[in-house]
Design a protein around this ligand. Structure first.
Ligand SMILES: NC(=O)c1ccc[n+]([C@@H]2O[C@H](COP(=O)([O-])OP(=O)(O)OC[C@H]3O[C@@H](n4cnc5c(N)ncnc54)[C@H](O)[C@@H]3O)[C@@H](O)[C@H]2O)c1
Ligand SMILES: [Zn+2]
Ligand SMILES: [Zn+2]
Length: 324
């Protein structure tokens, strides 16, 4: 820990006193030094909730002392992606806690239009908006139709966020994972029709579950290239595959098969402010429980010693948050 000067706070920004920081896989890679696009030193923390310490006059009626959550993706507002209304994949995107210093510090300067009002939420509910918004965004991209058979592969914190919002589309949602503990957790998390293992004749079991039909929509949230390549096999003809997880590798597929089945392949990156609002509403409606999602808590004094354990599968971590 070190003392630093308070951050500069340019016009249009608010100063936030950070109260909770969620930890995710990106942070572990950065901590271990094997996140290739990371520049060091870097203050981590992109899943953030806190209280307004200073704010200029604003149209959203946000004031000093208010609880807020932060949309950590800072877009340029000028590039074609931004002009197409897709700031989450801005050419010049700067993610707080990834490309620029993040929230593991007392005060953070954030553009006012990247604050989400926390009214009606607890601070623990406010800090999970970011990871859950990843699933809300992926589900929005998929355009699921009611009654469709949907498969989510990978039941980590990201897959769980996809599951929560896929179920809201009145779809028949099932989940696949190599880890039985994760499948058990997913079954407690939301209304799941079936669970599958990729190691136990998955195609056969998927067909059986769909009474002869494969899923119309498949999400892969594993971060495994093998799983992503296998996932093409699980979709119905005319169906959609959404890559929510990502790998630093090439993904290959058989083009004649892709063509014959006229599949749609989508990526899903980050989220947008409306996705955060979708998550907020789901939490307020009691559809998503922060108490279920947050499995571990740490604080500034214990964080360094506990950090790697926060990703140990044996410790059954889904989401760990740091209290400041
Ligand atoms: N879309 C985005 O903007 C975004 C944001 C954050 C994270 N991610 C990515 O989402 C992915 C998932 O993140 P997470 O934090 O949930 O990860 P995680 O490692 O906690 O969960 C992945 C799950 O996939 C399972 N899995 C691994 N290989 C598998 C296989 N071959 N078949 C079936 N299941 C398998 C694991 O058992 C685990 O339960 C990562 O690739 C991460 O980088 C994407
Ligand atoms: Zn994260
Ligand atoms: Zn841009």
């Amino acid at each position: 820990m070190e003392e630093v000067a308070p951050p500069a706070n340019p016009a249009g920004n608010a100063l936030i006193k950070i109260s909770r920081v969620g930890i995710c896989g990106t942070d572990l890679h950065a901590f271990k030094g094997n996140q290739p696009f990371f520049e060091y030193p870097r203050v981590l923390g992109h899943e953030l909730a806190g209280y307004i310490e200073f704010i200029p006059p604003n149209s959203e009626n946000l004031k000093v002392g208010d609880l807020i959550s932060i949309v950590p993706y800072l877009e340029c507002g000028r590039c074609l992606a931004c002009r197409m209304g897709r700031p989450n994949c801005c050419y010049n995107l700067k993610v707080i806690g990834v490309h620029i210093d993040g929230g593991m510090q007392e005060l953070l300067s954030v553009p006012v239009d990247h604050l989400i009002k926390g009214e009606g939420l607890s601070v623990e509910q406010a800090v999970i908006l970011e990871p859950l918004s990843i699933g809300a965004h992926a589900v929005r991209r998929a355009g699921i139709q009611p009654g469709e058979n949907v498969l989510v592969i990978g039941a980590g914190p990201i897959g769980l966020s996809v599951l929560a919002f896929a179920v809201q589309q009145n779809a028949r949602v099932s989940v696949m994972d190599i880890n039985q503990e994760r499948l058990n957790f997913a079954s407690q998390w939301t209304e799941i029709g079936a669970t599958f293992s990729p190691l136990d004749s998955p195609l056969e079991h998927l067909m059986e579950y769909g009474k002869g039909d494969l899923p119309a929509v498949v999400f892969d949230a594993t971060g495994s290239a093998n799983s992503m390549m296998a996932s093409f096999n699980y979709i119905s003809n005319g169906g959609k595959l959404v890559f929510v997880g990502l790998v630093k590798a090439d993904i290959t597929f058989n083009d004649p098969e892709f063509h014959r089945r006229e599949l749609t392949l989508l990526s899903s990156r980050n989220a947008t402010k409306p996705d955060f609002e979708t998550v907020k509403k789901a939490i307020q409606a009691g559809i998503i429980s922060s108490n279920k999602y947050i499995t571990h808590r740490s604080d500034a004094d214990h964080l360094i010693a506990e950090f790697e354990g926060l990703f140990d599968p044996d410790q059954k971590v889904i989401k760990a948050i740091v209290e400041f």
